[in-house]
Design a protein around this ligand. Structure first.
Ligand code: NDP
Length: 453
């Protein structure tokens, strides 16, 4: 057999592509994976992992401030970005090495270079021609750089995570996941941060009660909020940037973070040669079985621009490999996916918002807890914790859980098991609390705060 003839060829060695390639190889398929950059993808190299490492660094600001109330004297701590940057570079290198070893250990051939689809079942990488019975496109996404005139010269999260020196102040444009996470981190790392967004509240699409509390938490951290004030243009002014607002105000910042969304990586792949037309966002349309418009060509993860989350891409990649090369085809159920915004304090959520459920005509019991956690009360701190359960009044089933507060992602990840299993409120009530924790409040909500619908 020609060494460049594959049962399964994957374009993009990120979390989803690697998971799919390894699963297919485990089923006995001959698998190749093509990668134009470093192995590991957005999550490992420029997303989840380095972001969370910077969040850990940022959290120390709050810990140092709180330490005095607990009897500690910690002097005058200060953050040195070059030290964090060196440690982060070493960690992402280590993880890239782990990914390469995983591929080699699974007998997946790594082909380094840019893939261009040449014809059905044929991909070129430089001078090399690879033939594939089945082709998976898992090329991910990248930051949108042209959302606002002039913003293309500004940093995105990619560049911010590679900084060796932080600016004294910064404007963050946008109010989605990336904007809120980085605004929270920058402010705590000593950067006076202003957040510009076009909506009334940040985090469009999240439950309103989380959005109002997220805005309050950002403000309490000292971030200057500019709701309803996305810049209409950005201009260079010497070493600085000018944000030109709709009301013609112009504000100057040494650093601007463009956090206005991400766009699928479909340009230059040769999709047109096999009859795939990306949608208006540049995404590859797929059906429930991850099939594209071209026969034997599939797409998973951010390049399909649906739920842009690493675990979703991994689950899709494995399900696809199982379907193509395993004994039983299967689809991934994405009807209930939890996610977190790692701002400080973090937001975590699973299931629809109260407004979405109310609009669907579901009669709802809304249970809430809003309190100052013990750790904060002891030092008279301001940070609060808010939790909400949305319960279907007819079936008693818990349809959604929303939380903002310390450890929210860890707590909601565990609750996700209960919701996925179809837990009822009566089962939450039967659960004995673990004390003293914040999470216990989720099983101690006795009376609904309101009934909707
Ligand atoms: P989001 O889609 O979450 O947010 C984009 C933001 O940019 C929104 O606030 C949007 O405003 C704003 N925006 C878009 N265009 C413009 C414009 N022309 N002018 C002003 N504002 C604009 O994108 P992110 O880049 O933050 O994240 C991309 C995706 O990556 C997320 O949706 C998520 O799926 C994933 N992600 C997940 C993380 C996690 O799991 N913790 C972390 C980071 C990313 P508006 O709301 O008004 O449209």
């Amino acid at each position: 057999m020609n060494p460049d003839d594959f049962d399964y060829l994957v374009i993009g060695a990120g979390s989803g592509g690697v998971a799919s390639a390894r699963r297919a190889a485990a089923h006995g398929a001959k698998v190749g994976i093509v990668e134009a950059g470093r192995v590991g993808g957005t999550c490992v190299l420029r997303g989840c992992v380095p972001k969370k490492l910077l969040m850990y660094a940022a959290q120390f600001r709050d810990a140092f401030a709180e330490a005095a109330g607990y009897g500690w004297s910690v002097g005058h701590p200060h953050f040195e970005m070059p030290r964090w940057a060196a440690a982060k570079a070493a960690e992402t290198q280590r993880l890239e090495h782990v990914y390469r070893q995983l591929l080699a250990g699974s007998k997946v051939a790594l082909i380094e270079g840019r893939a261009v689809i040449d014809a059905p079942g044929r991909v070129r990488v430089g001078d090399r021609v690879l033939n594939a019975k089945h082709l998976l496109i898992a090329t991910g996404a990248q930051p949108v750089r042209d959302s606002i005139p002039g913003i293309e010269g500004c940093a995105t999260s990619d560049e911010l995570l590679d900084l060796h020196r932080l600016p004294p102040s910064a404007a963050v444009v946008g109010s989605g996941y990336i904007a809120l996470e980085f605004a929270s981190m920058l402010q705590r790392l000593g950067v006076a941060t202003s957040l510009f967004y076009r909506a009334r509240l940040p985090l469009r699409g999240f439950d309103e009660d989380l959005r109002t509390r997220a805005a309050a938490a950002l403000q309490a951290a000292g971030i200057t909020l500019h709701p309803g004030a996305a810049p209409r243009a950005v201009q260079r002014a010497g070493d600085a940037w000018l944000l030109i607002l709709d009301d013609e105000r112009s504000l100057e910042f040494p650093f601007v973070l463009n956090a206005t969304g991400r766009r699928p990586n479909t340009a230059g792949l040769g999709l047109e040669t096999i009859g795939i037309t990306p949608d208006a966002d540049g995404a590859i349309p797929v059906d429930a079985r991850l099939r594209t418009a071209a026969e034997n060509v599939y797409a998973i993860g951010d390049v399909t621009h649906r739920l842009n989350l690493t675990p979703v891409a991994i689950a899709e990649g494995r399900a696809l490999a199982d379907s193509l090369f395993g004994p039983t085809p299967r689809a991934v159920d994405l009807s209930l996916v939890s996610s977190a915004v790692f701002m400080l304090p973090p937001v975590a959520t699973i299931g629809p918002t109260e407004a979405e459920l109310a609009a669907s005509g579901t009669k709802l019991e809304v249970f809430e807890a809003d309190f100052r956690p013990m750790k904060q009360a002891f030092i008279d701190g301001h940070e609060r914790c808010y939790m909400k359960l949305l319960v279907d009044a007819a079936s008693d089933r818990v349809l959604a859980a929303h939380m903002i507060g310390a450890d929210a992602p860890e707590i909601v990840q565990s609750l996700a098991v209960a919701l996925t299993a179809g837990a009822t409120k009566a089962q939450f009530d039967r659960t004995i609390a673990m004390h003293p924790t914040a999470a216990e409040e989720f099983v101690l909500m006795r009376e609904p705060a309101r009934v909707v619908g």
